[in-house]
Design a protein around this ligand. Sequence first.
Ligand SMILES: Nc1ncnc2c1ncn2[C@@H]1O[C@H](COP(=O)(O)OP(=O)(O)OP(=O)(O)O)[C@@H](O)[C@H]1O
Ligand SMILES: [Mg+2]
Length: 246
Amino acid sequence: MKTVNMPVIAELQHITKTFYHIQYPASSIQHPASRPQHPVLNDLSLIVRRNESIAIVGPSGSGKTTLLNILGTLDKPTSGEVILEGQPVLKMDDDQLAELRNSRIGFVFQLHYLLPQFTLIENVLLPVLPTRDKARQSAAHERAWNLINKVGLTLQAHQRPAELSVGECQRAAVVRALINQPVLLLADEPTGSLDAENATMLASLLNDLKLETELSMVVVTHSMDLAEKMDTIYRLQSGNLAVFDK
Ligand SMILES: Nc1ncnc2c1ncn2[C@@H]1O[C@H](COP(=O)(O)OP(=O)(O)OP(=O)(O)O)[C@@H](O)[C@H]1O
Ligand SMILES: [Mg+2]
């Protein structure tokens, strides 16, 4: 689907991110070729439109997670600007950023980060806990059960992460990311730990969501199967994005 006329939801403008590696004071244990600075992203720009799905592929260590963290306001760039729904986010304080992330962005991390002491359904509903609005809570409960059913986890809903398979945890993490109806879903290798059947199920879930809602998504993946289901594929290499022809 063409999304070129849709409003811009998120924008990275001329982002550079440099990491400073730890240097040993004693030169004898310093590798002679080590560099104190490591530019991971280099003048990188990206536009995400409403209801657009973007896949980002690229070699390990190329900066995909770094890019996603900056887009999701979990990390700050060395230079450049991040705009979410028209607002420059780098000027916001921590409370404003937390509120923005909780209400507008859904994250699926490379490691799922479900809390071990809570059951699947409790983990899914965690992002809803801060609200005291009863109507919002009950709408979220209904959404949670619908989504859990959709990803085939109804029977496992009251199990804790240790009693779930890795793939089940990953599917639960996707449901948790969607529970507050974000406008932007950021997913880092969402199918990385899934077998082919579950990976296909998750890819169709993302596609259904895109058709049913106006969700925008940026998905980092090594899977060309998943990447090909997205509107646009970019390859991250040498700190920059290039359109990857399907
Ligand atoms: N906090 C940090 N401090 C120093 N270097 C970092 C930090 N975070 C990431 N890096 C470096 O930045 C580079 C990019 O890391 P990143 O995690 O973004 O890669 P990636 O493309 O997600 O890789 P993968 O596919 O393996 O997940 C790596 O060389 C990594 O060592
Ligand atoms: Mg990564």
